[in-house]
Design a protein around this ligand. Structure first.
Ligand code: UGA
Length: 437
C-alpha cells in the first residue's frame, strides 16, 4: 500500500532514516524538527550524520516531492494518517529512559491530530509508554502503536529496507495493521502483537546483543589465561546453529547510543517492577570490569614502574563507538581514554571520522588529523575502533616512532604476523601472538 500520508517527528538518525525510507517506499512524508538550522540543511539534502545511502535517499525524496522538512510539528501532523514519534529518549536520572521529549510532542499534537490517526512510537521507550502516550493524547479515536526500530548505525538504510523482522504492537489490531501496511513492499516476517510485547522486544534484543558481547569479552579473558584463541573458540561454538558466531567479536567493551542506554533503562524497569534479572546486571558490570582490565594491561606494559601512567604519552587509534560512524555517544574508546587519563597518561588520538578539535574533549585528549601525529613521542599505541584503514598504516615507520614498540589491539584488527615483521609487539584480546600468527 503506497501513498499514505506520514508525519515523522524528529530527524535524528532514526527519524531521518524512517522518513527518507518511507518516502522511497512511495509514501508522502513530512518530517518535522524543532531545530530550524537542521530543517534548512535537510531541505538542501545536507545530512549531518554519517549514514551510507541516506543523503542520496533524502535528495531523491525531495526531488520527487514525496519528502518534505518543516519546523512546524502541529502543521506536519494535521494531514497525516500515521505519525511516527522518533524523539530522543536519553538515559535519565538513575538510568531510566527520559520521556520528556515524547511527552512534550504528545501534548503539542493532541488537538491537531486528524480523526482516527495512528501515532507510532518508533523511539525506544519503556514498556507501558504506548499506554502513557494514549493517556496524554486523551483522544479515544487515536490509537498508539509500538513499532520499534532495529537499525544499526552505519547500516540504517540497509536495515530499514531489508529488515529481518517488522514488529508492530497495539491493542487495536486494525491500527497495527495500518502501520504494518506501510512496509508492505518489504519482504520480512511480520510480528503483530500487543504494544507491551513490541516495546519489550526492542529492549530484549539490545539486552541480548549486549549479553553476547559481555560473554565474548569474558571468554577472551579466559582464553588469555589458557593461551587459547578466542576466535577459534567462537568458531568452535558458532557452528552450532543454536549459538551462531555473529556479534561475538571481543573488543574494548560495547557502547554507542543504544546498548548502554537500553540496558540501563531495562534494569530500571526490572527494579521498579520487582523482577530479578541477574543476567542483565552482570552484562552491564562485565562491560565496566572488562574495560578496567584492558587498562591494567596498558599500565602493566607502559608504567614507569609506579603503577601510574604519569609522563606516558599514548597514541589512540579510533574514538567513535564503532567503525563507520563519527558518533562518540557512550563510546567505549572514550571510556578507556578516561581510565587511561585517570592513571596520568597523556593522550593523542586519531580517528578518520573526526578531523576537528572537540572542545568537550580537550581536557581528556588531543585530537590530531593524521595517525603519524598521534605516534610522535608516544610510548605505545592503543587501537580502540576497528577502522579498516588502520590495517594499511606503515607499521615499520610506526615502530620507529614508538618508545615501546607495542600495539594494544583492542579490536583484534591487525594481522599479528604483519606487526611482528615490523618489529612491533602485538597485544590483542583473547589471542596470543603464537596462536594468532
Ligand atoms: C544497536 C543494535 O545492534 C541494533 O540492532 C539496534 O537497532 C540499535 O542498537 C538501536 O537500538 O537503535 P548500534 O548502536 O548501531 O546498533 O551498534 P552495534 O553495531 O550494535 O554496536 C554496539 C557496540 O558493540 C559497539 O561499541 C561495537 O563496537 C560493539 N561490538 C559489536 C563489538 O564489540 N563486537 C561485535 O562483534 C559487535
Amino acid at each position: 500500500m503506497r501513498d499514505r500520508h506520514v508525519a515523522v517527528i524528529g530527524t535524528g538518525y532514526v527519524g531521518l532514516t524512517t522518513g527518507a525510507c518511507l518516502a522511497a517506499l512511495g509514501h508522502r512524508v513530512v518530517c518535522a524538527d524543532a531545530d530550524p538550522y537542521k530543517v534548512e540543511r535537510l531541505r538542501r539534502a545536507e545530512v549531518d550524520i554519517l549514514e551510507p545511502g541516506l543523503p542520496e535517499l533524502v535528495r531523491e525524496g525531495l526531488d520527487s516531492g514525496r519528502l518534505e522538512f518543516v519546523q512546524d510539528t502541529p502543521g506536519a501532523v494535521s494531514d497525516a494518517d500515521v505519525v511516527f514519534l522518533c524523539l530522543p529518549t536519553p538515559m535519565g536520572v538513575g538510568g531510566a529512559a527520559d520521556l520528556a521529549a515524547v511527552e512534550a510532542v504528545a501534548d503539542e499534537i493532541r488537538t491537531v491530530l486528524p480523526y482516527e490517526a495512528v501515532v507510532v512510537n518508533k523511539s525506544t521507550v519503556p514498556v507501558g509508554t504506548a499506554e502513557r502516550v494514549a493517556a496524554l493524547l486523551g483522544r479515544p479515536d487515536v490509537t498508539v502503536v509500538s513499532n520499534p526500530e532495529f537499525l544499526r548505525e552505519g547500516h540504517a538504510v540497509r536495515d530499514f529496507l531489508n529488515p529481518d523482522r517488522i514488529v508492530v504492537g497495539a491493542a487495536d489490531r486494525a491500527a497495527a495493521q495500518r502501520v504494518a501496511d506501510l512496509y508492505a513492499e518489504l519482504d520480512a516476517p511480520l510480528v503483530l502483537t500487543d504494544a507491551a510485547s513490541a516495546e519489550l522486544a526492542k529492549y530484549a534484543a539490545n539486552f541480548f546483543l549486549a549479553m553476547k558481547l559481555s560473554f565474548a569479552n569474558n571468554l577472551a579473558t579466559l582464553c588469555e589465561r589458557f593461551d587459547a584463541d578466542v576466535n577459534d573458540v567462537i568458531t568452535g561454538i558458532g557452528h552450532d546453529p543454536r549459538i551462531g558466531d555473529a556479534f561475538l567479536n571481543p573488543g574494548p567493551g560495547w557502547g554507542g547510543s543504544c546498548l548502554p542506554k537500553d540496558t540501563h533503562a531495562l534494569l530500571t524497569v526490572c527494579e521498579e517492577s520487582g523482577v530479578e534479572f541477574p543476567l542483565l546486571r552482570a552484562t552491564i558490570e562485565t562491560n565496566v570490569e572488562h574495560q578496567r582490565r584492558l587498562v591494567e594491561r596498558v599500565v602493566a606494559g607502559c608504567s614507569p614502574g609506579d603503577g601510574s601512567l604519569h609522563g606516558v604519552r599514548l597514541a589512540l587509534l579510533g574514538l567513535s563507538f564503532k567503525a563507520g560512524t563519527s558518533d562518540l555517544r557512550d563510546s567505549p574508546a572514550l571510556a578507556i581514554a578516561r581510565l587511561l587519563k585517570a592513571r596520568g597518561a597523556e593522550l593523542y588520538a586519531y580517528d578518520p571520522a573526526l578531523s576537528e578539535t572537540r572542545p568537550d574533549l580537550s581536557d581528556l585528549l588531543t585530537i590530531v588529523d593524521t595517525p603519524e601525529k598521534a605516534f610522535e613521542q608516544a610510548r605505545a599505541c592503543v587501537i580502540l575502533t576497528e577502522w579498516p584503514q588502520f590495517r594499511d598504516l606503515d607499521w615499520e615507520a610506526v615502530a620507529g616512532l614508538l618508545e615501546t614498540p607495542v600495539v594494544y589491539d583492542f579490536r583484534n584488527l591487525l594481522d599479528p604476523a604483519r606487526l611482528h615483521r615490523a618489529a612491533l609487539s602485538w597485544e590483542g584480546i583473547g589471542r596470543s601472538f603464537a596462536m594468532a600468527g
